[in-house]
Design a protein around this ligand. Structure first.
Ligand code: THG
Length: 269
């Protein structure tokens, strides 16, 4: 599993408060702890008003890079902000995100074509976010064709089939997983990622839903997640599932995570 740590995001109230008060220690600590908990990338999302986004994003990038070696995942809905942040990164990371919406692929892909940057692509387009698996797949194929046309290897592409909300769409998980299976069957080298918490919006005991979503989506072929790696429950779910679905040879990663104390029952105080 390729873990994208979600905690440095201004849409999280405690993170926003730290950003607004320029609380470096709080934010450095998030970079450090997520990395210790196994994050492969750190999502960086400013979550501030548009005219402060560039400055805030740059400050967060510098802060993270001064604290850890973990590559960054530049998260903004504004492609121009993303492009302006690329030169500030001290190593290639992940772009979050492009989609089937006009202008996104055309603007970002030529910039990263001859680099080692990876890119997340959302399966939405000018008509919005489809709930139906066939439509998610259709947009995915269009994006894949465009990515290929820029000479970008498909293992640099992380498709996000945009899971919908279970409380309002009862087939949110089943259509997501169907899209994952369709994409993986035809394009096995493409990665699949997702935010884990959208599905449980509006439900009580969200963690239960998020954990089982992670597990079931991994079984369908999802190999990355934008998640809270500091959550003991989410980490345990991830390692146990990888072992159970045959994605962890000799359960090595599970055993190593246990030995390192990354998973396991809480020690008595
Ligand atoms: N896809 C892509 N990018 C994304 C999302 C996606 N970026 C933003 C978002 N969705 C993913 N990031 C977050 C960040 C924080 C939370 C949810 C999604 C969140 N966190 C809780 C908190 O920190 O309080 C804790 C959650 C937990 O304990 O597991 O709510 O879908 N491409």
């Amino acid at each position: 599993m390729i873990i994208i740590g979600e905690k440095i995001n201004g849409f999280i109230p405690s993170t926003l408060a730290a950003i607004e008060s320029r609380d470096e220690e709080f934010l450095k600590n998030l970079a450090l702890r997520q990395t210790e908990c196994g994050a492969d990338y750190l999502d960086i999302c400013a979550g501030v008003e548009p005219n402060a986004e560039r400055e805030t994003m740059k400050w967060l990038i510098d802060l993270a890079q001064n604290t850890v070696e973990t590559p960054l995942c530049i998260d903004s809905s504004d492609v121009e902000v993303i492009i302006d942040m690329i030169p500030h990164a001290n190593k290639p990371g992940m772009i979050n995100s492009i989609s089937g919406e006009p202008g996104k692929c055309e603007r970002i892909l030529p910039v990263i074509a001859d680099t080692e940057w990876n890119v997340i692509a959302l399966t939405c387009d000018k008509d919005g976010i489809p709930t139906e698996a066939g439509k998610k797949y259709e947009i995915a194929v269009q994006i894949i064709d465009t990515v290929k046309s820029y000479g970008i290897a498909l293992d640099r592409l992380f498709l996000d089939p945009l899971v919908t909300t279970l409380a309002t769409t009862e087939d949110a998980l089943t259509s997501f997983n169907e899209a994952v299976r369709m994409i993986k069957a035809d394009y096995p080298e493409v990665h699949i990622t997702s935010g884990l918490s959208n599905i449980s919006f509006g439900m009580p005991f969200r963690k239960a839903i998020n954990m089982q979503f992670l597990s079931l989506a991994m079984a369908a072929g999802m190999d990355s997640a934008i998640m809270d790696p500091m959550s003991d429950d989410m980490r345990a779910t991830m390692y146990a599932t990888a072992a159970l679905i045959g994605k962890d040879e000799n359960c090595r990663a599970y055993l190593k995570a246990y030995r390192k104390g990354l998973i396991g029952p809480k020690k008595q105080q």
